[in-house]
Design a protein around this ligand. Structure first.
Ligand SMILES: Cc1cc2nc3c(=O)[nH]c(=O)nc-3n(C[C@H](O)[C@H](O)[C@H](O)COP(=O)(O)O)c2cc1C
Length: 232
């Protein structure tokens, strides 16, 4: 016991550390993840508030990372979702390893979310529903795309999109209006079931707050978590 030290810590915790992630830590991290996601969206500060780094791994253990848009966030079951070409590098690695790591970062709020877990494909219905919300040109692009494969030139890309526009009766120079363009069979969503969630909040003087929740119950049962605060 050192009363002087205790008094300094007490005063500094108010001025330097702020509220942090809570003391004790929340039992379930997902409501806080959702709150941060919704606040980033509402802030209007981000062109792509839901841009997230998605890390996958190939069959030899080589990791790769890229940005995708985190279009779905469920608190129950705790999971996140995104959409892509399933023949792409990431699609093949997601279908192969069935594991992924994701990072969301909102610099203005000094917040980071890390989610790691097992991967499953989203249902056809969920993928169809999202696909139909996309702009006409994006839907044509999905049909034209051989994502991650070599492309000889930009002209080949435009030609491929123009071919799809002709096929679906779209004027490529005015690709507006309603058009019945179904989802390509190789395009759809994935869901990452969170097996761990780590939250990071920036603090003054690098006295950040950081905690990790590890899921202790199997996927498919109600989520239970073990929470641990980590040195930042
Ligand atoms: C802001 C931003 C958002 C992106 N969103 C997506 C997305 O939601 N889905 C997607 O397949 N690619 C998206 N991309 C492109 C990917 O980063 C990547 O280049 C592409 O999917 C091919 O990755 P792969 O070869 O590893 O499969 C996005 C890129 C950026 C910069």
């Amino acid at each position: 016991m050192n009363p002087v030290l205790d008094a300094i810590v007490s005063a500094a915790s108010r001025t330097l550390c702020g509220e942090g992630l809570g003391e004790p830590l929340p039992a379930d991290p997902m409501p806080l993840v959702k709150e941060w996601y919704d606040q980033a969206k509402a802030s209007g500060k981000y062109a792509d508030f839901d841009a997230m780094t998605l890390c996958t791994v190939d069959d030899r253990g080589m990791p790769s990372a890229r940005i995708v848009l985190c279009r779905r966030l469920w608190t129950d079951p705790p999971s996140i979702g995104f959409f892509t070409n399933r023949d792409s590098r990431k699609g093949q690695e997601l279908d192969g390893a069935k594991r992924a790591a994701c990072v969301l970062h909102w610099p203005s709020e000094q917040r980071q979310v890390r989610i790691e877990g097992s991967v499953e494909r989203l249902s056809d219905d969920e993928s169809d529903a999202y696909f139909q919300q996309r702009a006409v040109i994006s839907r044509l692009g999905a049909w034209a795309s051989q994502q991650s494969r070599p492309l000889p030139s930009r002209a080949d890309l435009l030609r491929a999109v123009a071919e799809q526009a002709m096929r679906f009766g779209v004027d490529l120079l005015k690709p507006t209006g309603t058009h019945a363009i179904p989802r390509p069979p190789n395009w759809g969503g994935y869901r990452v079931h969170a097996q761990s969630v780590e939250l990071w909040m920036g603090g003054t003087g690098r006295l950040h707050d950081r905690a990790k929740w590890t899921r202790t119950s199997p996927i498919g049962t109600p989520a239970q978590w073990h929470a641990t605060r980590l040195w930042p």
